[in-house]
Design a protein around this ligand. Sequence first.
Ligand code: HEC
Ligand code: HEC
Length: 220
Amino acid sequence: MKNTLHALVWLTLLAVGAPEVSAGPPPAYEGRRLYVSYCQLCHGTDGKGSGPLAKAMQIDVADLTTTVRSRSDTILTKIITGEGRQTITGRDRHNLLSAAMPEWKDVFDETQVKALIAYLRFLGSTKHDLMGDPKVGLELYQQYCQVCHGVEGDGDGIMTNLMGIMPMDHTNPNETNSLDNEALVESILDGKGRYMPAWRGILDQRDVEALVSYIRLLSH
Ligand code: HEC
Ligand code: HEC
């Protein structure tokens, strides 16, 4: 069995030489990148509103981890771009009142606004903090994990089909949310089941933490 497995791995590695179509980074990942540059100063790293600029400007920014839950994508798009804010009615009307929330319509295109919303939804729903640098995680994931877990993280990798295995679907929040950060770290370092390899010795603790945070963003 071991030999068969080795042969399969070799065959696969040969096959991997072929160029792979790469999907862009997942929306929540891209959204986080934009959030860190453009929003965090006021809204804070955790979205709760304690950014240094908000303090300096003495403005009351919303706690995005709670408010965003009750807002539709359409309303959030209006709030972020500023376009059509005046048509927001009812419960959402208070957003008209503060000019301290900039209008970003000339800064972001539609895809970027969608990415930002995906990240706000992540902030509002995740049970687990991001424990490492997702940027490092993305690179490592492409290098080591994609081959089984798939370009998009849904478990549809080249080796998945060749070996007839079923990796965890990293895009499914029900699957990833049920495990805390420590459990994910442990599975990556020590392996899981028959075909999820142990990465201890290849990746260090920081690499693995970066991977865990990337996996969290994949599932939103
Ligand atoms: C200069 C400070 C500042 C920056 C930078 C900023 N915001 Fe805001 N934001 C505010 C303030 C102030 C409010 C509260 C507006 C109100 O409630 O009247 C707000 C409110 C919001 C709301 C509405 C919250 C609710 O009530 O549901 C969203 C969504 C939001 N901001 C997203 C963003 C995003 C995304 C970015 C980055 C692209 C960003 N903000 C950058 C100051 C800022
Ligand atoms: C040879 C194929 C293969 C590679 C390469 C691989 N995985 Fe997996 N992975 C699997 C399989 C199969 C499972 C399902 C294991 C099980 O539950 O039996 C899995 C499960 C997981 C799980 C869930 C573990 C749990 O506790 O349920 C995580 C997290 C994970 N992989 C992360 C990674 C990361 C990060 C990498 C890259 C560093 C990676 N995997 C590379 C095949 C692979």
